[in-house]
Design a protein around this ligand. Structure first.
Ligand SMILES: [Cu+2]
Length: 541
């Protein structure tokens, strides 16, 4: 252990001992009692970068109603958790630009696939594409069609990326369109869509979705945030002007990692970095688990979070939480108020992934250093006790989803082979050519998801958001919609259960799209299926 590492190690332990009883002023709530209590053996993982500030990701904003961006996936030299190596990333950066759009914007994302041989995960050219997770837009070309996959233009290294289990790679042939969108050359595709004017503002993300290769590409670093702007201005105008931080949580197997080791977790590519706040200061943190397989349960010693939005959907009012449980794919928008001067560990708590799950132990991700003049946050704390405003501008309205009658009930079962290497939905591996479920626009379905395995899975469906009605015996707070939900594992042969209400009410989603486990290893090895949405049935008198 170098002296530098030892110093920060002691600092973090001291912060835990002295400061964990701190109560944010004016919150009216009890201090934290974390389940993942730190001990003297707590340590940051990977290489500790004692003096590194957690960097802010760059952003690309739409201009005059249009976002025009090129994302190229290719091997590039990156620095992650203090290690330098070559990995496949977007635009040369492990933390690629945050794409910021407004309601009503025209969006053009040119994807260039030059994925190829790198130091980790990928040893030759691979097919790839881009999915915009969380956007309630068309699943048809040239919008968010996850079944269109492009070959790589990279030429070095042996070709890999053949589909597992003999499925055809491309369920739909990429097309070019007269307006210049779609296929531009063999490895260049321009996605083109419009942000619906009533779309929820909030935090979404982009990543490849080429079945069989999603895990290695996202583990390599191919994922970034996509923000529909205006959440705070429209729904919490009194909080406008607060500093906004964007935190990309990722997991990675660094070069030299051994099989079975927990993955290294980073925030914006840094392990053990620092964020600064003033005493009493409120900040807005937009946080996404844009990693591949790991769970994050984010906690800041001595502090709590007001959750304003989940998976890009607004909550009725802020919900106070001691930690932020984020399965792969989930996002939150939160407000955090700094406590007294000091140094506070930011950690991902231990997550019990089940007897068959991957290890997911507590790690310290970094720290928040509180210093400087105090700020008076009384008015903001009062505002955080009140509901969000202007919620009815967002479709679908939560209350409508709650009151809509269910038109059909289904039970959907998540299972896996005995060796834990092949994964199934309703007993079947993914087949891109098969329609597993067919519905019509206007249908509202109740899906009971059963997890018969002894590890957690994560349900995600493209193009829409759902209401979580039940998790095992519990009634979760139905204060907002979600697009990603953790499925508890089976105990003593009794499957884990989640009951959802899924509104297929948006006419934009006519077409075909997948639902799958968002632990990408599981998705790549079969745990995905498809739903076809047909136009609304017009009944004639
Ligand atoms: Cu899974």
């Amino acid at each position: 252990m170098t002296p530098q590492i030892k110093k920060i190690h002691i600092l973090l332990v001291v912060a835990q001992i002295c400061l964990c009883g701190y109560k944010p002023s004016g919150s009216g709530h009890q201090p934290n009692s974390f389940s993942g209590t730190a001990t003297a053996s707590s340590k940051t993982q990977g290489v500790v970068e004692a003096s590194v500030n957690i960097p802010e990701p760059s952003e690309i904003r739409s201009i005059n109603g249009r976002l025009d961006v090129t994302l190229e996936g290719k091997p590039s030299k990156v620095i992650v958790a203090g290690k330098t190596f070559v990995s496949n990333v977007f635009n040369g950066s492990y933390i690629p630009p945050v794409l910021v759009v407004q309601r009503g914007d025209e969006v053009r994302i040119r994807f260039v696939n030059n994925v190829g041989k790198a130091d980790i995960e990928i040893d030759g050219p691979q097919p790839s594409n881009i999915h915009t997770h969380g956007m309630a837009i068309s699943p048809q070309q040239p919008a968010d069609n996850a079944f269109v996959v492009l070959p790589s233009g990279a030429s070095s290294g042996k070709m890999n990326g053949s589909m597992p289990h003999g499925h055809d790679m491309v369920a739909e042939t990429p097309k070019s369109f007269p307006d210049g969108s779609g296929l531009q050359s063999a490895n260049v595709y321009e996605y083109r869509w419009k942000v619906p004017p009533d779309h929820a503002q909030g935090l979404h993300w982009y990543h490849p979705h080429a079945h069989g290769m999603v895990e290695p590409q996202v583990l390599s670093g191919m994922s970034g945030l996509l923000v529909v702007d205006g959440f705070i201005q429209d729904h919490y105008p009194e909080l406008a002007g607060l500093k906004v931080r964007r935190l990309l949580l990722k997991d990675i197997d660094l070069p030299g990692a051994k099989d079975g080791d927990p993955k290294t977790k980073t925030i914006n590519g840094v392990s053990g970095g620092i964020m600064h706040m003033q005493p009493g200061e409120h900040q807005i943190w937009e946080i996404g688990n844009v990693g591949s397989d790991a769970f994050f349960d984010l906690a800041l010693d001595g502090h709590q979070f007001w959750i304003l939005g989940h998976d890009g959907n607004i909550l009725l009012k802020p919900v106070l939480a001691k930690s932020l449980f984020l399965p792969a794919g989930a996002r939150v928008t939160v407000v955090v108020q700094a406590g007294a001067k000091g140094s506070y560990a930011l950690r991902s708590l231990d997550v019990d992934t089940g007897p068959a799950g991957d290890p997911n132990p507590m790690v310290i991700l970094g720290k928040v250093v509180v210093n400087g003049p105090s700020m008076d946050g009384t008015a903001k704390n009062l505002r955080l006790e009140q509901k969000a405003v202007n919620r009815s501008t967002i479709q679908p309205v939560l209350q409508d989803v709650i009151s809509l009658p269910v038109t059909r009930k289904r039970t959907i079962t998540f299972s896996e082979s005995r060796d834990g290497k092949t994964f199934y939905i309703d007993g079947k591996e993914f087949d891109p050519a098969r329609d597993d479920i067919t519905v019509h626009v206007g249908d509202v379905e109740e899906w009971t998801l059963l997890n018969t395995t002894t590890e957690r899975h994560i349900f995600h469906i493209h193009q829409l958001d759902f209401l979580v009605e039940k998790i095992n015996e519990n009634d979760p707070d139905a204060t907002g919609l979600r697009d990603t939900i953790d499925l508890p594992y089976a105990i003593k042969g009794k499957p884990g259960m989640v009951r959802l209400k899924i509104p297929f009410t948006n006419p934009l989603i006519v077409g075909r799209f997948p639902y799958h486990c968002h632990i990408l290893e599981h998705e790549d090895h079969g745990m995905m299926a498809t739903v076809r949405v047909l136009p609304k049935v017009i009944s004639t008198p």
